[in-house]
Design a protein. Structure first.
Length: 246
């Protein structure tokens, strides 16, 4: 991948003439997003994100940390927080912003040994009390078929009383309804499985899978993988925050 998302973040951080990111999915037309939105402060975050940050506790892992806004807020509150993202450019921007514990990594590549290196504390327990996956955290799963391996990985990184705080949206509303009120979703596959791409400064990223998941489907997947799933909060537009525990 060209890491255009990370390039936009790093350009904004370094004042290198940042431009809007143009995003497009398999079911929606191109839309512009200001990179500045990724650098928002707590007071400008959606209520679901604020709630997740309020619930964060102990040793924290921010998965897909992006520009690092969530992790930085928690760091400033005195938490031992680590940010990871697959984007090298985004991680560089996080470092420039002052995030102390940060690493370019896919969550699937973490284990209890590498998580020791991620955090600068000397705790015997190499796991996390809180794992955050925000801004449609289920997106990194890609497809329904990938949910189990991600949930099992997240489960392996949790302390006994730890929690995963994750948000997503039920995008059923984006599909038309027939005269009986039934949604006209694709006959094959899950309606929340999208392909996603973006453009930045004239370059186009390769398409990649991105998953939006309704709460009931997430809850069933959690139960199938030995996790409890609790609906914490619903947003204003089909979005929700869930808490996963052992």
């Amino acid at each position: 991948m060209k890491d255009l998302f990370g390039k936009a973040i790093l350009d904004y951080q370094t004042n290198n003439s940042p431009e809007d990111i143009i995003t497009e999915t398999s079911i929606s037309e191109a839309d512009e997003m200001s990179v500045a939105y990724l650098f928002r402060e707590y007071k400008d975050m959606p209520k679901l994100e604020q709630k997740a940050l309020q619930l964060a506790k102990g040793k924290i892992l921010d998965v897909g940390c992006g520009a690092g806004s969530h992790a930085l807020y928690l760091q400033e509150k005195g938490f031992d927080v680590t940010g990871i993202d697959i984007s090298e450019n985004a991680i560089e921007a996080c470092k420039l912003r002052g995030l102390k514990n940060v690493k370019a990594s896919d969550v699937l590549d973490l284990d209890t040994d590498t998580s020791t290196a991620l955090s600068m504390t000397n705790q015997d327990d190499n796991k996390f009390d809180t794992i955050l996956l925000l801004m449609n955290g289920t997106g990194i799963f890609g497809t329904l078929a990938n949910i189990s391996k991600h949930l099992k990985k997240l489960k392996s990184l949790l302390t006994e009383k730890g929690q995963v705080l994750i948000d997503s949206s039920d995008i059923i509303y984006m599909f038309d309804q027939d005269e009986d009120g039934a949604y006209e979703v694709p006959a094959t596959g899950y309606y929340g499985e999208l392909t996603f791409t973006m453009q930045y400064k004239g370059e186009t990223e390769d398409f990649f899978p991105w998953l939006y998941i309704d709460y009931n489907t997430l809850q069933n997947a959690c139960y199938a993988n030995g996790l409890q799933c609790e609906l914490v909060m619903e947003g204003e537009h089909f979005d929700y925050l869930a808490k996963l525990t052992l």
